[in-house]
Every structure is written in C-alpha cells, then in structure tokens.
Design a protein. Structure first.
Length: 210
C-alpha cells in the first residue's frame, strides 16, 4: 500500500449540471471518456487482427512484439495486463489474450502518476474535497518551477520552503534525501508529458488514494 497520486485529463467534456457536485461530474465525464478510449483500443487491436492473416509465419513473433509495444503505455498502463500478450508467439495466443481483457476495468494510462510523492499531496491538500480537486495549468507550471529551483539549490531549506513533504498513512518518507530529489526529477518528467498534450478545453483533475 502507499499514496497513489493520479492526474486525469478529460477532453471535450460536457457541461456540469447544476444539480451535480463537482466530484460527481468529474468522475462521470472521466468514465464516459474511458468508454470511448476502450472503443478506440478495441478498434486498434481488431484492425491488427484483421490484417494478421497476411503475416508470414517467420514474422509472427516480431509482429506480436510490435503490437505489444504499440499498446504499452498508450492503451494500457500496467505490464501485468499485457503479460499474456508479451509472451505470445502465435496468433491464437494473441486472440486468447484479447478475449480475456476486462474492458470495464482495464487501466487506461493516467495523464500523470506518482507514488508516495507526498510533496504533491501537500501542495494540493488545501483544495481537496474527497481527495480530489481540479488542476489548472498554472498549478503544473508552478510545481515544475519549484522542482527546478529545488534541484538547482539542492538543499533542505529550499526544499522545505518550496515543496515541503507531508506525513500520512503510507505516505512514504518525509526526508529531504536522494529519493526526494529523484521525485523532483520525476515531477518534471511526468508534468512535462502532461503539458505537452494539454488542450485549452481540457479538464485536468487529481485524485489521491492510499
């Protein structure tokens, strides 16, 4: 167990109804987008399977590996969901893996993900409602700016001032050590990817879980 911090991006969301809470609205538009994403993933795999009969026997393993790398990270967040595909050497095994995918609960990749980076929790904690809140682009830019300064100064005083740690149940270490600075590097990497795909009409929100 541990603190999981998940950032979700919802593109082209419907308008929020006056009668629904912000959290209910965010979960609803996310689940709708997940269904659309599952449909897109299925279409991608079905298209690959439709063309698979043209694969020469000597190229099967290579093509399956290419399919695996096309799906990993883009359509599936976790390796365990692709384990059977990763070890497949025949088209029959690919089809068996595909039939076994639970599309209701498959792991659409998050916009950004952190584990036990409790300084991010501390940053958003004043705004959290049921461990959720909307995230603005300015928030991401602010955190990245602070992480950059922390890595530049590389001392506890600056770290405490800019992105302090926070203790909690399974929140991980609160020390300002090598792991803390590695978290800062990860923040720049993950948020850099998040900003790259951020569109003006997107809604981004964060959910904390442990």
């Amino acid at each position: 167990m541990g603190l999981d911090i998940m950032f979700y991006r919802v593109s082209h969301p419907r308008k929020q109804k006056k009668s629904e809470s912000l959290n209910d609205y965010l979960w609803d538009v996310k689940h709708k987008q997940d269904k659309d994403f599952a449909k897109e993933a299925k279409e991608f795999i079905n298209d690959w399977l439709a063309k698979s009969n043209d694969i020469e026997s000597k190229d099967v393993v290579f093509e399956i590996r290419q399919l695996y790398f096309s799906l990993k990270g883009k359509y599936f967040a976790y390796d365990f969901e692709l384990k059977a595909l990763q070890g497949a050497t025949t088209l029959k095994e690919v089809r068996e893996w595909y039939k076994g995918v639970d599309w209701k609960y498959f792991s659409k990749p998050d916009a950004a993900y952190f584990r036990k980076v409790n300084s991010i929790y501390a940053y958003f904690s004043p705004r959290l409602v049921d461990e959720m809140c909307v995230v603005k682009k300015e928030d991401i830019l602010d955190i990245m700016s602070k992480a950059t300064e922390i890595l530049k100064e590389h001392n506890e005083e600056t770290s405490k001032e800019l992105l302090p740690t926070q203790s909690g149940f399974f929140f991980g270490s609160t020390d300002y050590d090598e792991w803390y600075y590695e978290d800062m590097v990860n923040i720049l990497r993950e948020f850099g990817k998040l900003l790259k795909d951020w569109r003006d009409d997107d809604i981004v929100f964060v959910y904390m879980s442990w």
